[in-house]
Structures are given as C-alpha cells and as structure tokens.
Design a protein around this ligand. Structure first.
Ligand code: RIB
Ligand code: CA
Length: 308
C-alpha cells in the first residue's frame, strides 16, 4: 500500500484521476489539496469535495484548499477545456462534507513531516503553487517525500496553451521552477507522453461497460472532456493527462523515459512557461516519453471497477 497526497485543480481530468486514486487498491490517499488552475481556487476545492463524495469517501480524507493564485504571474484558468464549473457543467449535487480548515500548504508540510518513517508520494496534477510554497517554507519536508509524480510541461510535443507552454507550468512557471529545482526525486508526465494516451470511442466504451457508479461518473467526465476538447481545438480524443499520473504510480512499468534535469523559462516572451529537459545520467527527474496506452486504460478501468 503506497501512501499518497494528491495536489490538484479539478478540472475534468483531475476528477477522473481522483476517482482512479480513491479506487486503486494499492493506494492509501491521505489527503487532497487543491490549487487555483483550471478554474478559480474556491471552485477547485468544491469540485474535489464533490468527487470525494462521489467516491464514497468521507472526512477521513481531508480536502484542503490552497493557493488562490500563482506566485508571481497573473492568474489564468482553462474553462474552455473544463467548463465554467470545472466539471464540464455536469449536474453534480453540492458537496455535503466540509472543507478542512487546514490550508493546503500547511497540510502538505505536516503530512510530509509525519511521513519520515514511511515517505509519501505526492501526485501533482495542477499548477505547482502549493508544493513550491511548502518546499520554500519548510525545505526539510523532502525527508518525508518518496517522490513527486507530476503532470507538467512539454518538450518535443510543444505546448497546449502557447506553442511552447503546457497549462500547469504556464499557469505558475515560477512554482514549477522551484519544484523541478528542489532536487526531490520526480517523475514527469509531460504532453510528450500524455498526448499518446487518448480517450478514443472504444476506450470510452470500455469504461462505460464497468458496472460501478464511479466508472459511470468517470465515463461522463471523460465524454465531457472529449466534447470540450473538440469545441476548443477540434481534436477528437482528449489526452488522459492527470489520470495517467495515478497510473504511473500504480503501474510504473507502463511508462518509460530518460533521466533529466528540467529548467523553466520564466522570462516574459513567447517561450514564457516553456520546460526544457536536459538529459543527465544521474538526473533526479524521469521525463517520460512512451506509454503503453491500452494498458493504461486497462489499469484505469481496474481502479474504477474496484469500488464494487
Ligand atoms: O495541460 C494539461 C493539464 O492542465 C491538466 O492537469 C489539466 O487538468 C490542466 O490542469
Ligand atoms: Ca489538472
């Protein structure tokens, strides 16, 4: 059983990632922390609470709201790809269980400090603002972190928000620079790999065939993502960005890449928010480049079916 803390900006694909993580038998989700990103901060916290209840999980997994804006740059959101609610405007009931009073950054710090004997895996699927603040406020929390598995960046694939920048990094490039530069063992799922993992009609149908409520909810979220992806940029099958980070934790054998260090362009200009991986034999970051996409969806289906 691997203990994980998930920092996210739900968002349609973050929501599917949470459903997969809550269902995965090999994961022990200790807490959810939320950050401004796809939609404004308070809405990402509401969405995380909605998905926590959709998964049948309760207060034993706290949802803690975090940074309401990036470290330095102006805030940007991605409603075009997630709808105004962040969950594709799907008709979810309002959450009943409360938000934790703990701030996300303090939750990350306390959770890591308590985990020195059994270090945590941080799964990060939004802008890295909370994690950067935690590492800055309490550098020694790295002793309680086994690794950070992050959805962020782009290199050979090019960006999805500008020709160079991927959204999570573009939304807070200074935070990304701090986290990539902290020296913590990381595995990075950039667009270079997530663009290979797409929700085709047949894969969506496979999820629809799983007889759990959570799989049906995930299918609706994936379908909404496909529809918004098509209306936003004409692509038919949306990439499985954030759920792939969860699968990279439960099934690392499905991914391969190279060891790198990563620099982030934070100077204003057309390359603002660009990530540059530098191959390095002893690099502390694995930059994934390939995935067994069919097996990733099979693993996703297994986690969504495990709620039975
Ligand atoms: O670029 C894709 C990433 O940006 C995903 O995490 C998606 O949820 C958005 O946050
Ligand atoms: Ca996200």
């Amino acid at each position: 059983m691997k203990s994980v803390l998930i920092d996210c900006d739900p968002g349609l694909d973050d929501a599917v990632a949470l459903l997969a993580a809550f269902g995965a038998r090999s994961l022990n989700v200790k807490a959810i922390t939320t950050v401004a990103g796809n939609v404004k901060g308070p809405q990402t916290a509401i969405n995380a609470r909605i998905i926590r209840e959709a998964a049948g999980r309760g207060r034993e997994i706290p949802v803690c709201a975090g940074a309401p804006r990036p470290l330095l740059r102006d805030a940007v959101t991605a409603e075009d790809f997630h709808g105004s609610t962040g969950l594709g405007n799907l008709p979810f009931p309002s959450p009943r269980l409360p938000l934790s009073r703990a701030h996300a950054v303090n939750k990350i710090i306390r959770s890591c400090r308590a985990a020195v004997a059994a270090p945590l895996t941080l799964i990060v699927t939004g802008p890295m603002t909370n994690v950067a603040l935690a590492l800055t406020m309490a550098p020694n929390i790295t002793e309680g972190i086994e690794e950070i598995v992050v959805m962020a960046g782009a290199d050979r694939e090019g960006g999805n928000i500008t020709p160079y920048a991927e959204f999570n990094v573009f939304a807070d490039p200074h935070a990304a620079a701090i986290v990539f530069g902290a020296g913590v063992p990381m595995r990075c799922l950039s667009l270079d790999v997530t663009h290979q993992i797409r929700t085709t009609k047949s894969r969506l149908a496979q999820v629809r065939e799983i007889e759990t409520e959570q799989a049906q909810i995930a299918a609706s979220l994936l379908d909404a993502s496909n529809q918004l992806e098509f209306s936003a940029n004409g692509a038919r099958d949306a990439p499985l960005h954030d759920p792939s980070t969860v699968i990279a934790v439960t099934r690392p054998d499905l991914f391969s890449g190279r060891r790198v260090s990563v620099s982030v362009i934070t100077e204003p200009g057309e390359q603002f928010g660009r990530t540059v991986p530098h191959s390095q034999k002893d690099g502390h970051i694995v930059w994934y480049e390939r995935a067994d996409s069919d097996a990733v969806y099979a693993a996703l289906g297994e986690h969504l079916g495990a709620y039975k």
